[in-house]
Design a protein. Structure first.
Length: 105
């Protein structure tokens, strides 16, 4: 059987193929770890979004407490007379005979 001689270039390419593939994979995953949507550079954006959402949550939590207080004042067992009077006037659009209405617009 005759041996087929391969060129030096071809032998070098065969030896370098697996290390080149490995290096390429490492480079792709490394780039993704830095520049990807969940990468290191996106961390600052996540922190800004978290701070904004915490502020939004604080505002909503305050509004919830205000509404919770108003609901407690309208409890049928012991309703606050001032709150009931305010709600009645607002919903029925009524006033006392001795009151004066000043339009704002």
């Amino acid at each position: 059987m005759a041996r087929v001689k391969t060129s030096a270039f071809r032998r070098t390419m065969k030896r370098a193929a697996w290390p080149a593939i490995g290096f390429t994979l490492i480079a792709v995953f490394g780039t993704y770890a830095v520049l990807g949507p969940n990468g290191i550079l996106a961390y600052g954006d996540y922190k800004r979004q978290l701070a904004k959402r915490e502020r939004d949550y604080a505002v909503l939590d305050h509004r919830r407490e205000v509404i919770k207080n108003r609901v407690a004042l309208l409890d049928p067992d012991h309703a606050n007379p001032d709150m009931v009077d305010e709600m009645t006037r607002k919903e029925l659009n009524v006033v006392h005979p001795d009151e004066v209405i000043v339009p704002l617009k």
